[in-house]
Write a protein that binds this ligand. Structure first.
Ligand code: 5GP
Length: 213
């Protein structure tokens, strides 16, 4: 899989700005990254479009996708199924495009177990007062919902050390650059340089045999 794109998971507390970071990264580096579209059994929110934000499925349709092994991973989250269809991820990666999954922690850890090469990135806000302010600022959430999101964040914080990288989303542009840099630096890992290593070995062998290099 030497020239395949990487599989990258971005998780983060509700309100950490995952969606905004992903949108800006896709805009800034077109053709380099793709964001996988998940399937879910939850109903569309206002403005969400089929095949853009999610593929909206009935419970039966979703369970059929599970039975047919069409999902890379799936999880139940707040009483609904969410899962990553295989076809898109595999197709993009084969063309050398790095694919991001914006998924919650259970799914992220399952993916890492199945595909240990996956890069796990966790996005955090600069502080909890800032996060609470962002959640309230959405205007659509009651104080109870804000509290529920923060207690969910407390649970999720217990898994943050299982991620490879933690990025603080304070300044959006800086955060996007940091995510980009983390991905770019992966290609220098020795285990991803098998082609370069074997080319140099061949050249050394040729040289030592007295052949032209
Ligand atoms: P929401 O309903 O707010 O769009 O998403 C709820 C949670 O499900 C978010 O944390 C989101 O990242 C996660 N999620 C979205 N798609 C998937 C998926 O395909 N698999 C898993 N495991 N989680 C997902």
């Amino acid at each position: 899989m030497k020239n395949d794109g990487l599989l990258i998971v971005l998780s983060g507390f509700s309100g950490s700005g995952k969606g905004t970071v992903m949108k800006r990264l896709m805009e800034k580096y077109p053709g380099e990254y793709a964001l996988s579209v998940s399937a879910t059994t939850r109903s569309p929110r206002e403005g969400e479009r089929e095949g853009i934000e999610y593929y909206f499925k009935t419970q039966d349709e979703f369970e059929e996708m599970i039975a047919n092994d069409e999902l890379l991973e799936y999880a139940r989250y707040v009483e609904h199924y969410y899962g990553t269809p295989k076809f898109y991820v595999e197709d993009k990666r084969r063309s050398g495009i790095h694919v991001f999954l914006e998924i919650e922690i259970q799914g992220a850890l399952k993916i890492k177990e199945k595909f240990p090469d996956t890069l796990l990135i966790f996005l955090v806000p600069p502080s909890i007062p800032e996060l609470a302010g962002r959640l309230r600022g959405r205007g659509t959430e009651s104080e109870d919902v804000v509290k529920a999101r923060l207690s969910q964040a407390r649970v999720e914080s217990g898994y943050m050390d299982r991620y490879d990288y933690i990025v603080v989303n304070d300044d959006l542009e800086m955060c996007v650059e940091q995510v980009h840099d983390i991905v770019q630096v992966q290609k220098f890992q020795a285990k991803r340089s098998t082609e370069l290593i074997s080319r140099l070995q061949h050249q050394l062998d040729d040289f030592l045999k007295g052949e032209n290099v």
